[in-house]
Design a protein around this ligand. Structure first.
Ligand code: G6P
Length: 474
């Protein structure tokens, strides 16, 4: 699909503007070296596509590579604006401030955050180019929806230029307690940046409460209930737990080809009695080492029986950031140790896949698993847990789920665990692996009802409805 450029002096007719770190398309090279954009289907774009089409929307984001700005183009029937980042901005803004300062800070300093003034300067500059693109694209009275920790200054930067627009912001990751947030040398600027919005959405009520406290402490503002008074404006901060397109994923899981692929996977694993599954970005927030530790001990103690396999997909992520490189070594060493100790010729207890897969293969993996392991040390929501539930249309399977995920508030049929408590985690894995079919069905039915009713369309409607009405969520 090739880009259709419009001229730079086009009017700006967009009544709905999404501003997100990433574009909903991936760039590859066409045969003549031209840009070829292919859809990168994520939950966010499938939720927002209908609104984008109805209201003449545009999506502003970054392609993921260093290089000049692609500007305004059409791909996959959507109007898109690509923001350009130089190699230095990728290093200082993306790898630096976003992923080595804010990411660890907002995930309760599981890894130590680094604070560098040069990174902060790059964050301000890049936020300004996203904000300018939003200002240029927004029609009078438009709605602008800004996403995630990479763009926290955009709401205020837009408001300074455009008093006529409605601005919403959604934070996909946790918002930390004030004692941790207070470490950030630019805490006041970040709070003020966010407060440019009319409505701030968080995954959990605790995140919204943490933000309200930060508004009082870092910016000296007065809060009442879920609102902050900013001059003559009231800004609301509330929880809107994000979800997935459950029906679309279930449809994929029901396809003959996908079901057949699930059978093939079990066959390739030599028809084990129990398949445990982990699917994560290779990120230190996901608790992959604790999961491997618990699994290794269970094998040593022979508590899972002889025919058990763990399939661990760890998709490559942020590979140039130091903490991610260290984590890869730690995980790969742990996998080798377990396999070294417990493998036999022709069979290994851990199948480790440092790769990314299309949705069909993921759905087949979800179907092939008896127990899904989600052991995050901290996680805004964890959509993998919801994806597993959406795929289990026959109501079988069990979910072991960390309490420190947003999903734990909703998926009450899971075996909830504190991943720091290795003995508790081991017990939960054993209970999940030996659950009776009737108990599994009862738990899965409960979780499926929640995920199917509260899908990503519900999330988008609820956030945008609240933003439009200016009142609080139900
Ligand atoms: C998390 C964040 C997203 C981010 C994604 C992938 O889900 O909430 O904002 O886009 O990770 O990370 P990346 O650094 O590749 O964009």
């Amino acid at each position: 699909m090739s880009p259709m450029r419009t001229t730079p002096d086009d009017p700006s007719p967009h009544r709905f503007v999404v501003v997100a770190s990433r574009l909903p398309v991936d760039r590859s090279e066409g045969p003549g070296g031209e840009a070829d954009w292919r859809p990168s289907p994520g939950g966010l774009v499938s939720a927002l596509e209908p609104v984008m089409r109805e209201s003449g929307g545009v999506w502003i984001g970054w392609s993921g590579d260093a290089g000049p700005a692609p500007g305004l183009f059409r791909a996959n029937d959507l109007d898109l604006v690509g923001i350009g980042l130089s190699a230095e901005q990728v290093r200082d803004y993306y790898e630096g401030f976003c992923n080595a300062t804010l990411w660890p800070l907002y995930h309760d300093v599981i890894a130590p955050p680094e604070f560098h003034r040069r990174w902060w300067d790059a964050y301000v500059t890049v936020n300004r180019s996203f904000a300018q693109a939003a200002v240029d694209q927004a029609a009078p009275g438009a709605t602008i929806w800004v996403h995630d920790y990479q763009l926290q200054l955009v709401p205020q930067m837009v408001r300074e230029q455009r008093a006529d627009v409605r601005i919403g912001f959604f934070n996909h990751i946790p918002f930390p307690g004030y004692e941790i947030f207070a470490q950030l040398p630019w805490r006041r600027q970040v709070v003020n940046g966010l407060l440019g919005a009319d409505l701030l959405g968080f995954q959990r009520r605790g995140d919204a409460a943490n933000f309200l406290r930060a508004s009082r402490r870092a910016a000296g503002l007065v809060t009442r209930g879920s609102t902050v008074r900013v001059g003559d404006r009231e800004v609301r901060a509330a929880a809107f737990p994000i979800s997935i397109d459950a029906a679309a994923l279930e449809q994929i899981a029901r396809r003959d080809t996908v079901r057949k692929r699930a059978d093939e996977i079990r066959l390739a694993l030599d028809e084990p009695h129990t398949v445990l599954l982990g699917i994560d970005r290779l990120d230190y927030t996901k608790g992959i080492p604790v999961r491997l530790r618990a699994y290794g001990e269970l094998l040593r103690e022979d508590r899972l029986g002889p025919r058990v396999v763990l399939v661990q997909v760890a998709s490559p992520s942020r590979e140039r950031v130091g903490a991610y490189r260290v984590l890869r070594d730690v995980v790969e060493q742990a996998v080798s140790r377990i396999n070294g100790e417990y493998a036999e010729v022709g069979s290994a207890p851990v199948h480790y896949l440092h790769q990314s897969y299309p949705r069909e293969e993921m759905a087949a993996l979800y179907l092939a698993a008896d127990v899904m392991l989600v052991t995050s040390l901290r996680d805004g929501m964890n959509l993998v847990a919801k994806e597993y539930v959406a795929c289990r249309y026959d109501e079988s399977g069990a979910l072991v789920l960390s309490e420190f995920t947003g999903a734990a508030d909703e998926l009450t049929g899971a075996f909830l665990v504190n991943p720091h408590d290795i003995e508790g985690l081991k017990d939960a894995i054993v209970r999940a692996a030996t659950i009776s079919p009737a108990d599994a069905r009862r738990r899965m039915r409960l979780m499926r009802r929640r995920v199917c009713e509260h899908d990503v369309a519900h999330w988008a409607r609820s956030f945008l409805g609240t933003l439009a009405s200016g009142s609080g969520p139900a």
